[in-house]
Ligand binder design. Sequence first.
Ligand SMILES: CC(C)(COP(=O)(O)OP(=O)(O)OC[C@H]1O[C@@H](n2cnc3c(N)ncnc32)[C@H](O)[C@@H]1OP(=O)(O)O)[C@@H](O)C(=O)NCCC(=O)NCCS
Length: 159
Amino acid sequence: MGLSWDGLLCYIAALKFQIHKANWEVDREKLYSVRYTVFVKEQKVPEEFEEDELDPVARHLLATLEDGAPIGTARWTDEGGGDIRVGRVAVLRELRRCGVGSLLIATLLEDAKNDGFLTAHLHAQVSSILFYSNLGFSETDDPEFEEAGIPHRMMERKL
Ligand SMILES: CC(C)(COP(=O)(O)OP(=O)(O)OC[C@H]1O[C@@H](n2cnc3c(N)ncnc32)[C@H](O)[C@@H]1OP(=O)(O)O)[C@@H](O)C(=O)NCCC(=O)NCCS
C-alpha cells in the first residue's frame, strides 16, 4: 500500500478496526451516525433522503474501532433474480484510505454470495468509481445520472 496524506493516520495509529453484521433495529444509531456525518454533513445530501424504507429490510454492515466507535457502513438488498443492490457505503473522512471501505465491500459480497446471490449492482458516485473498480466492479453502458444532486454511474460485478 502506498503512503498518501489521506492514509497517514492509518500508519500513525496502526489502525485496528472490525467489520460486523449489523441489524437496523439494534444498531440504527451507530449506522445512522456515520451516514449522517458522511452523506448529510459532508456531501450535503438532504437529511430526508438518508433513511429510507429499505433500511428495515436491508442487510447492514458496520465497521468499528476496537472501542466500538462506528467508522463505516454499507448495506445490501435483495433485488430479485439473484441480484443484490449495494448502497450507503461510507467511511468517516479522517479514516479513509486505510482499507475500511474495501473490507466492508469484500465482507458484504461474501455474505451475499454465501446466500446464493449471483450479481451485485450499485449506483457509484463518479468520485468513487476507482474504489469500486479496484473491487471488481465495472461500469455498465447506462449514461451518467444524478442522485441527490451528485453524479453517478451504474456499476456491477458477478459474485
Ligand atoms: C468511497 C469510500 C467508501 C472508500 O472508503 P475507504 O475506506 O477510503 O476505501 P479503501 O481505503 O478501502 O480504498 C481502497 C482503494 O480504493 C481506491 N480509492 C479509495 N478512495 C479513493 C479516492 N477518493 N480516490 C481515488 N481512489 C480511491 C484506492 O485505490 C484505495 O487504495 P489505496 O489507498 O491503497 O490507494 C470513502 O471514500 C467514502 O466514504 N467516501 C464518501 C462517501 C461515498 O462517496 N460513498 C460511495 C457512495 S457510491
